[in-house]
Design a protein. Structure first.
Length: 408
């Protein structure tokens, strides 16, 4: 097996590419024609490979799916229009009214909102502290179907007990869904902790350039889908390792329609080639900035798994290549957060994360505002919490920018 970056850079060329192109071209088409109608019928009925309709399949998107699958060492991957579409479609396709699932309480705000919407429609959810396997185990019910966690929480950076929960799910016969967005396949591969399905928001580190939305679900082959009674009879044929992902593509992507466009897939596929290079620089910058801020008298607290005082620092060292490129911090009481942020010159005041540019945002007032103060408090999100997604700028420039904003 070749190395991580080598395999991704040359991924498109491992399959036939039109006219010797080094990248899979953008196939801007919705429908596909066949000379023999029997071939068309065989594709629709799953008896042969091919392309049926653009809502489900497209050669440019297929090339991206292959690339993500190689990154995650998966069995198969399906891509979607956004990361949220990937999560929502997965649950829509695999869970039914009356089912229950367990989720980490330390969730991205929109994911929390989505799960509460599912609860309103009869799919119950219990939120727990996923840094503890015991907390997950105590929440499991007879109708529990799956467990959903993020690797590192956004924005407080709690680190899930990924290996412990993986063993629990394996022993209890539960589907284990790991959202790998915050770490990316370069820093961590959830297949190593018994993950059944892996979610990635391609918009973030994998795409990396803030120019395209996308999401993916990868099947690892770790779960025995013959024991999962929510798989429809229609999809119980062929390789059982792909039953669930086939249902996600058919009942989710086809019926629900959260399709990734070919132009976005092209951008994401090219961005993915430099994931390892960008993550090395971004994580290096995060380490430098958090060390600087942790020692500054105008900063009261820094949340970053790479710092020795982080509650899951030892776990982080055992799981991830680096502690990540995102952190949160709280300013001293006499420093007004909005004023501080407005004084930053290099750092951009913006949402998103995983961009080449360093981004800062006041969490409670923006991306977590709709949660309300009680839910934010339960997640440890203070009104003064600022989230930083480090980019690839020169380390000295970033430190100087924070220094001048704090000094002012």
């Amino acid at each position: 097996m070749r190395g991580f970056t080598t395999s991704i850079v040359h991924s498109d060329r491992l399959e036939p590419v039109e006219h010797g192109s080094l990248h899979k071209p953008i196939h801007a088409t919705v429908a596909y024609g066949y000379e023999d109608v029997q071939d068309l019928a065989d594709v629709f009925q799953g008896r042969s490979g091919g392309y049926s309709y653009g809502r489900q399949v497209n050669p440019t998107i297929s090339a991206l799916e292959t690339k993500i699958n190689r990154m995650e060492r998966g069995v198969a991957t399906v891509c979607f229009g956004t990361g949220m579409a990937a999560i929502g479609t997965l649950l829509f396709a695999l869970l039914r009214q009356g089912d229950h699932f367990v989720s980490s309480s330390f969730l991205f705000g929109n994911t929390n909102s989505l799960f509460l919407s599912f609860a309103a429609h009869g799919v119950d959810v219990t939120f727990v502290d996923a840094t503890s396997t015991d907390a997950v185990a105590s929440a499991v019910k007879p109708n529990t179907k799956l467990v959903f966690v993020e690797t590192i929480a956004n924005p407080r950076t709690q680190v899930t007990d990924l290996a412990g929960i993986g063993a629990l799910c394996r022993d209890r016969g539960l589907v284990y869904v790991v959202d790998n967005t915050m770490t990316s396949p370069y820093l961590f591969q959830p297949v190593d902790v018994e993950a059944s399905l892996i979610v990635n928001s391609l918009t973030k580190y994998i795409g990396g350039h803030g120019n395209a939305l996308g999401g993916a679900v990868t099947e690892t082959g770790k779960f025995d889908w013959t024991s999962f009674d929510n798989i429809y009879d229609t999809y119980r044929k062929g390789d059982s390792a792909k039953w669930a992902l086939t249902q996600v593509r058919k009942k989710g992507l086809r019926d629900f329609g959260p399709t990734l466009g070919p132009e976005a897939a092209h951008h994401l596929g090219i961005g993915a080639e430099t994931l390892a290079l960008r993550m090395e620089r971004q994580c290096k910058n995060a380490r430098a900035l958090t060390a600087f801020l942790a020692a500054h008298d105008r900063v009261s607290r820094v949340y970053y798994p790479g710092l020795p005082d982080h509650p899951q620092h030892a776990r982080t060292k055992g799981l991830f290549r680096h502690p990540g490129a995102l952190f949160g911090f709280e300013l001293a009481d006499d420093v007004e957060p909005f004023g501080f942020l407005n004084r930053l010159e290099v750092v951009i005041k913006s949402s998103n994360l995983g961009d080449n540019r360093t981004l800062a945002i006041p969490v409670a007032h923006t991306i977590y505002y709709e949660m309300g103060p009680e839910r934010r408090a339960s997640m440890g999100i203070a009104d003064s919490l600022i989230r930083i997604s480090t980019g690839i700028e020169d380390e000295e420039d970033l430190i100087a920018d924070f220094a001048q904003a704090l000094a002012a």
